[in-house]
Design a protein around this ligand. Structure first.
Ligand code: 6R9
Length: 654
């Protein structure tokens, strides 16, 4: 555990405030305390019960098959269609007129989409994709802003048994190109442009760059008209409104095996290349639906809003699959929270009567910075459950959220999970748990997670170690696409003899046994809830002609959780005026190579980097420097003078 973790921990463990649900909330809650014991006594029976929230065209007779560990099969002999479960069955049940999506565009345009209308849109999109010759098992890349067509596209893929790979529309052409290549996507769905902070910015140009090479697997690019920006046109391109709008409104869904791949989503690893996390159908949808129902206490009549982007797993599980499988009414907002003003979210909550609001700590901290007087101007009385995801939420932000958004009335669910886990794993239950500000509290009924020491031995109350999951769960990743060895190495080798899934997060039990997450134990940084690997940013820096070597660390940052700090060794000498300009150039370079989210907050030009004898950069020491702490144990350094060299060069560094 690093110094930061133990320091954070001391503060966290002083936290003894608890917030139980009101008696009124507890009495009406979907999931009650008895579920913990019931699920632990017979997990298979519990998960079978959850799977029966879904409609199966062929019922399953087996629940978990772990005979080929670490490759799980869930509900393996069952068949279902994921899109049918998210759309058609609600129409068949007489809820066609229920609103599925209240869509709010950034410029203020809106769309209201009922389940009946969603069925038509998904059918037309599925017919369009079939007309392009796509077949079950093929991959489709989706590079779209938060517009309804993104959801139609994902569901159309699901309907046809195509695996989608959604790439965040803020990522660069190069990031898109490598993800397309890895998944061998045959189609890219994109838009002419997107609205960002009140202006229309280009998007399709990045696709042009990403698919330009002769050996690109992409056969077609389907382009939604969103902004009307002028775009270049190639022989692969098709307009969405020309291809999709004219399609038939009927489409018969085919049933697929429960283990049919549903999507690939790329996430950063410790080595530069992103990992294509593969999720399948029946188990994933079961846990997404169950957790959306249990953790948010979702009931018909609720208006639910998850503020994530679909380029993040949170958007997959808690904008698309979980809520729609439950027939929910949800808000989807296209833009940034301060367009056109800093009260936009509160205005939207008020406008649609949002009752469940799910967001990230980084945004809560931003709201805090903007001031409590902003939410105070709006009527937030419709809210009844608040959620948080993406990073540890500090107690101060938790309390602010509780008081200024939830008016000391709404339970907060701090939900821990990962791209790999597919759905929420550790969280309070809003009607049961007496929550502590900053703690994710307890694994959900059906989930068995624990904290172990280096040897894999479970630790006790008041102790910390590594978070592991010690029993398979339905929405677990099945592998890393195209690299099963890396799947085994990354998640299953650390505690192989125990058969534990290694999450890569540090965690601690407090004296009451509540679970606190402490951040990544590896070198993946978490910037505003986005995971970015140090190596990826280093590679981008080194790809610039003036950089000889780079080491990147995440340093604690009040606003974004972690901020990227880069240490670079330049090629040849530069004087200090040049250095300032170069630092700016390098920041832009990283933003172009990876995306603006990966832009270093600080770049420090240094003469040397601290390395071990085997040549590994000691990032721990750089983190100490970046966080202005006394440097820790440097005994494994190859050259102990290096730290003096770095520190003396930094006085006055920007
Ligand atoms: C859903 C998502 C996963 C990593 C995870 C952890 C951090 C997520 C958290 C949290 C503390 C929470 N994380 N939720 N840490 N408390 N409630 O974020 O997926 O993008 O794959 O990131 O995020 O470090 O390991 P993903």
């Amino acid at each position: 555990m690093s110094d930061t973790s133990s320091q954070t921990l001391d503060n966290l463990l002083a936290e003894d405030r608890t917030f139980p649900p009101s008696a009124e909330f507890a009495a009406q809650a979907n999931l009650q305390a008895e579920a913990y014991e019931r699920a632990a006594a017979d997990p298979d029976a519990f998960w079978a019960e959850q799977a029966n929230r879904l409609s199966w065209s062929t019922p399953f007779s087996t629940v978990l098959d772990w005979s080929d560990a670490p490759h799980a099969k869930w509900f393996a002999d069952g068949k279902l269609n994921v899109a049918y479960n998210c759309v058609d069955r609600h129409v068949e049940a007489g809820n066609g007129e229920t609103v599925a999506i209240h869509w709010e565009g950034e410029p203020g345009d809106t769309r209201t989409i009922t389940y009946a209308q969603l069925q038509v849109e998904v059918a037309k999109t599925a017919n369009a994709l079939s007309s392009l010759g796509l077949q079950a098992g093929d991959r489709v890349a989706i590079y779209l802003p938060m517009i309804p067509e993104a959801i139609f596209s994902m569901l159309a893929c699901a309907r046809l048994g195509l695996a989608h790979s959604v790439v965040f529309a803020g990522f660069s052409a190069e990031a898109l190109r490598s993800r397309i290549g890895d998944a061998q996507a045959r189609l890219v769905i994109t838009a002419d442009g997107q609205y960002r902070r009140g202006t229309a910015v280009p998007l399709k140009n990045a696709v042009d760059e990403a698919v330009a090479a002769d050996d690109s697997p992409v056969e077609n690019v389907l382009v939604v008209r969103r902004t009307g920006l002028d775009i270049a046109w190639t022989g692969k391109d098709l307009w969405w409104d020309e291809l999709v709008d004219g399609q038939g409104e009927q489409h018969t869904p085919e049933a697929f095996d429960a283990e049919q791949p549903l999507f690939i989503l790329y996430t950063s690893g410790t080595t530069g290349k992103p990992k294509g996390i593969l999720h399948t159908s029946g188990g994933y949808l079961t846990q997404a639906a169950y957790t959306h129902w249990a953790v948010f206490d979702y009931k018909p009549g609720d208006v639910y809003w998850c503020t994530a982007d679909i380029g993040w797993v949170t958007g997959h599980s808690y904008i698309v699959y979980g809520p729609l499988a439950n027939g929910a009414t949800e808000v989807i907002y296209e833009g940034t929270p301060n367009s056109p003003h800093e009260g936009r979210h509160w205005e939207i909550i008020n406008k649609y009567g949002v009752s469940i609001y799910y967001t990230a700590p980084t945004l809560i901290r931003t709201f805090m910075k903007w001031g409590a007087d902003i939410p105070a101007k709006y009527d937030l009385g419709s809210l009844r459950v608040l959620g948080s995801v993406g990073e540890p939420i500090n107690p101060e932000a938790w309390m602010w959220y509780r008081l200024h958004v939830g008016h000391d009335r709404c339970p907060i669910v701090d939900t821990w999970w990962q791209t790999e886990t597919g759905a929420i794993m550790i969280s309070p239950l809003p009607g049961v748990t007496a929550s502590k500000p900053g703690s994710a509290m307890t694994p959900l009924p059906g989930i068995s997670a624990t904290i172990v020491n280096d040897e894999g031995v479970p630790v006790g109350k008041g102790e910390g170690g590594y978070l592991v999951v010690d029993r398979p769960w339905p929405s677990m990743l099945r592998t890393i696409f195209g690299d099963d060895e890396r799947y085994r190495d990354t998640y299953w080798s650390r505690f192989a003899s125990h058969g534990y899934y290694f999450a890569g997060d540090g965690a601690k039990y407090d004296s009451d046994g509540a679970l606190w997450l402490l951040g990544r134990v590896d070198d993946v940084m978490n910037v505003s809830g986005h995971r970015i690997s140090t190596t990826e940013v280093e590679s981008a820096l080194v790809s610039h002609e003036s950089v000889a070597e780079a080491a990147v660390v995440g340093a604690a940052d009040e606003m974004t959780g972690q901020g990227i700090v880069a240490f670079v060794i330049l090629r040849g000498a530069t004087d200090s005026a040049d250095t300032e300009a170069l630092v700016e150039t390098l920041k832009k370079h990283v933003a172009k190579e990876i995306g603006p989210i990966a832009k270093p907050k600080r770049i420090l030009v240094v003469p040397e980097l601290p390395k071990t004898r085997s040549g590994k950069i000691m990032r721990r020491l750089l983190r100490d420097i970046a966080e202005n702490r006394a440097v820790g144990d440097a005994t494994t350094l190859q050259d102990s003078n290096v730290l003096n060299l770095i520190s003396s060069g930094l006085s006055g560094g920007k």
